[in-house]
Design a protein around this ligand. Structure first.
Ligand SMILES: Nc1ncnc2c1ncn2[C@@H]1O[C@H](COP(=O)(O)OP(=O)(O)O)[C@@H](O)[C@H]1O
Ligand SMILES: [Mg+2]
Length: 213
């Protein structure tokens, strides 16, 4: 299990906060050091997960999904991802970088959808067991700025969750902030309004300190 704990990193934060911009930079940094890296985005990356992703995000007939259903679908996709992709990769010494992982469920389905936090956290634990990131980078950004950025990024229509109100995304942010305080050993909060290069430097420095020094 110690291998598992050493090489798993997650990126968390609202839409448009810069996760997908930074992940390839960290991948390059690790590859330049001769490391193997697997980057994964939740939900998806397994046959079952892709089916669930479609249902959660893009199926117009799924717009009346109940919060409980949403929670269990994310957990189902994650249960498959952990066992089919993440654990085997970690077992062969590959780094795994997750663009969202179970903290997203705590923030979105717990804090924002207001499902009981202890139930959500119990399910997260049931799903991942000891497959817990050593480092979680939380990109903290006012949600209105994230929305503006995401709109500029692409003209595709919003998915089911992106369609939520600003209040919902404010609750997501508060959920993440609480987690970052409660789990201060694992979380590194990044001011996502900084420029991309200085954020990349903070990430490389943290990874270096945690893993290479
Ligand atoms: N630090 C930053 N400052 C300003 N704009 C940024 C920054 N990081 C990313 N962006 C831009 O914001 C948009 C959303 O970034 P992205 O990495 O896709 O966010 P996420 O994956 O968290 O949704 C992109 O157009 C990206 O170029
Ligand atoms: Mg992204």
């Amino acid at each position: 299990m110690s291998t598992i704990k050493r090489k798993l990193i997650s990126f968390e934060g609202g839409e448009g906060s810069g996760k997908s911009t930074q992940i390839p930079l960290l991948e390059n940094y690790l590859r330049d050091r001769g490391e193997n890296v697997l980057s994964l985005r939740e939900p998806g990356h397994t046959y079952i997960g892709e089916k669930i992703r479609q249902l959660l995000q893009h199926d117009v007939h799924a717009s009346d999904m109940f919060p409980e259903t949403e929670l269990l679908l994310y957990e189902a996709s994650r249960a498959q991802l952990v066992r089919e992709r993440i654990l085997p990769a970690l077992a062969e010494g590959t780094w795994v970088i997750c663009d969202r992982f179970f903290d997203s469920t705590t923030a979105y389905q717990g804090a924002a959808r207001k499902l009981p936090l202890e139930d959500v956290q119990w399910l997260n634990h049931f799903t991942v067991q000891s497959c817990i990131p050593v480092l979680t980078f939380f990109f903290d950004l006012p949600p209105n700025i994230g929305q503006e950025r995401a709109q500029r990024r692409s003209s595709r229509p919003y998915d089911r969750i992106e369609n939520e109100s600003l209040n919902f995304f404010q609750a997501v942010r508060e959920g993440y902030r609480r987690l970052a305080t409660d789990e201060a050993r694992r979380f590194i909060t990044i001011d996502a309004q900084r420029d991309p290069e200085s954020i990349a430097q903070i990430i490389r420095k943290s990874v270096h300190e945690h893993f290479f020094s």
